[in-house]
Design a binder for this molecule. Structure first.
Ligand code: Q46
Ligand code: ZN
Length: 308
């Protein structure tokens, strides 16, 4: 197996690109894919201050590493969720990466600052942990970006993530989500711009980046991810991709190109219904308090502290 660029010995084969690369040429290839995504979708302007949502996993650390390599002003944001060993280890790896690259990591610890953790919230609200976790992440990413004067929030969603979410939304025809499933959401109504610069890279490709660059990342999934629908959709798409390389790419980019615009009116209508939360001022579709302020209040009333 020879490298497509230099004809030296290749270490990674990418069937959907009908190519293989040696380590240095793979780096050039991966950075090229990220640059193309940023340019094609006008994600980041030169000089923009970028806040990268960092979980300690391969995607977010690869993204942060790549943006720094490409010369962007990129700080990391780590949220302490209070999910036992998983949070301890992912926080440690995020800090170790920041230190190694001499980059700035902003940290928000939910138990320390808001007095509850995600397992405790799941218990009190009697919903799956990902529900409180997802709404807390959305709220705190937006808040940290606005408070810190960042122009854009970048997340490590890769092609596999986006194709799996699209698959789920199409299976149920969740049209309100389909209208917002874009690699870039412009700043509007008090929300910062949000971008996904890894949409042209697969999960395997971001893992390869970390391995080749010696980045230590948390390999275990969050314990709450086990058995969720999202993982099932990924497996189904992997089986299709195996038979027919390039299918995920065609599914996701075909949607962006040919179908997503048909769903934008619903997403726009939802944004127009936003008003400021009476507790924190964040935009919300709820009447008074936003979902995060409601959760904080509910946890305080339950007196759960950081119980889990
Ligand atoms: S939402 Fe759910 Fe993730 Fe939060 S509780 Fe874990 S699996 S970390 S991406
Ligand atoms: Zn609020």
């Amino acid at each position: 197996m020879k490298c497509r660029r230099c004809r030296g010995p290749a270490v990674i084969e990418l069937r959907r690109h009908n190519a293989a690369f040696c380590p240095p040429c793979y780096t050039v290839f991966a950075l090229g894919q990220v640059t193309k995504a940023i340019e094609d979708f006008e994600m980041i302007e030169p000089g923009d201050k970028v806040l990268v949502a960092v979980s300690g996993g391969k995607d977010s650390l690869a993204l942060w590493d790549m943006l720094l390599d490409l010369g962007y002003r990129a700080d990391g944001l780590y949220l302490g969720l209070g999910i036992g060993d998983y949070s301890d280890e992912s926080g440690r790896l995020a800090r170790a990466f920041a230190q190694r690259r001499g980059a700035t990591l902003v940290e928000i610890d939910i138990p320390g600052e808001y007095g509850f953790d995600i397992p405790g919230a799941a218990e009190v609200t009697r919903r799956v942990p990902c529900s409180a976790c997802g709404l807390s992440k959305r709220h705190l990413f937006n808040k940290a970006a606005i408070d810190g004067g960042y122009d854009v929030v970048a997340t490590g969603h890769n092609l596999d993530d986006e194709a799996a979410v699209l698959f789920g939304n199409v299976l149920r025809w969740s049209t309100e989500y389909l209208g917002r499933q874009l690699p870039v959401l412009p700043a509007a109504h008090g929300f910062p711009r949000k971008v996904k610069p890894l949409v042209r890279l697969s999960e395997r490709e971001t893992a390869a980046w970390c391995v080749l660059r010696g980045i230590d990342y948390i390999v275990e999934e969050c314990p709450n991810a086990v058995g969720n629908k999202h993982l099932g959709y990924k497996e189904a798409l992997n089986a299709i991709e195996d038979q027919s390389p390039g299918s995920k790419n065609a599914f996701y980019f075909g949607f962006l190109d040919k179908a997503s615009k048909h769903f934008t009116p619903e997403a726009v209508a939802e944004q127009e219904g936003l008003r400021p939360c009476t507790g924190c001022g964040a935009p919300t579709t709820d009447d008074e308090l936003c979902a995060f302020c409601k959760l904080v209040g509910r946890m305080a009333r339950a007196g759960s502290g950081a119980a889990s």
